[in-house]
Design a protein around this ligand. Sequence first.
Ligand SMILES: [Zn+2]
Length: 492
Amino acid sequence: MRYFIKPVILVFFLLTACAPAEPDTVSLMIVNVSVINPVDGKILKNKDVIISAGKISAIRPHSVKYTPDATLLDGTGKFLVPGLIDGHVHTGTIAGLSFAQSEKYPELTKAYFAQQPRSFLYFGFTTVVDLNGNQESFDRFEKEEIHPDLFNCGQALILEDGYPAVFVPREARQYIFPNQLYDPRIKNHTPGITQKHNTVKNAVQKVKDNGGICVKTFHEDGFSKSIWPVPTAEMLARIRAESTRQNLPLLIHANSYDSTRAAVIAGTDAVAHGLWNWDQFADEKQLPRELMGILDQMIARNVAQMGSLQTIAGLRDLFDDSYLNRPQVATVLPPAYLDQLKRPEGNWYRDDLISGYPTNMNDDDIVRRLDNVLSHGQQAQKYFYDHGGRVLFGSDTPSGPLATNIPGYNGYLELSRMADTGLSLPDILKSATITNARFFGLDKKYGTVEVGKLANLLLMSKNPLETIEAYDAIDQIILHGQVIDRASLKAK
Ligand SMILES: [Zn+2]
């Protein structure tokens, strides 16, 4: 009897030792993969990543013990990174159609919005943060069968008569921007805006009540022309205080020297946009000392910068006739929609932009000017980065209804531009994953490949620490543990 029992116990023992307690819900095993840690840029080779109930339940050395019924994904020769987080998108803005056109072509509008979440996923963005949107567009986005995890800052706090309310007829403003702030300096108030209700306190409360994870406001003086009122220092200080009280990070839209200074003085957590508008130094070729000074202050106060250089590059790309023929564009825009953009009607945004420049400037002059602004933004980002600044990733997709800021691909271009600017590939990955996750308070679930975090992952055939092209060489997107073949996300 003794000799009989012993081998049985031994076999049982061996089995349990080789296969450590496996959660019974293992659904996916990514085997023999190189796992990249964006925190330190290190690679853990030959790992098996075990996923149960949408979360990472174990990461262990590669072995040949597989769990029956689990989906196996062979990671041999591939790289596993956390899904990317685009910290600046607008799910309610349609890239390419004017308001009138989107009414005129409801089928195209529908097709665009149905594809939008898939396009973000196609380029690896498994999380997006909408910095100024409305519940209707959030709902539409989340109603699609597959979509990135969506977070938002609710509706941005906008000064009545300030940017961007100023673009909308007064009667329609309350509808489009329901979170406007009463401006005591003006006489004629927007219908419906009152001193009693449109306070900073109520506006921040509204963001919080609607599930926002951040507060966004604007300091935009009219692209350096000082034509629009901007919030006073006192008002910005109140926004800062209320955001702190509600435990929400604050992002201030600013892209000029003056606005960036105002944002830093207000004690913002991040400046949304790069410092590309050099105000009185606009004609300088190299970053002036005064601007270095403000960037130094941002670094000293740990104010993050979200460069969003595609905001400018997208305008410049309006003049690149090859843009819409790039192979990536056809992967993320439905064919009928893309056809519409290629018609003469599709040039409306460029025509509009041109009409805003002096008549003696031709297309080449405008492109030269935009290139100059882009170069300024890149120089500022490089200085900020080289001196230890905290760089967030945000592509501002789309920054307006322009056809050259399209979902997913625009984020890829932003990543590429950061590489052109001179940020290292490990730091670019870090920025678009854990740095963003920490900034938005999402790092318990997002931002690294770690046990306990959500299984939002990308399996890449190229190494993103070696080439930026890796972000366009994604084989599978894993979303809450579900494997999605990248090709299946293509627009059709
Ligand atoms: Zn934006």
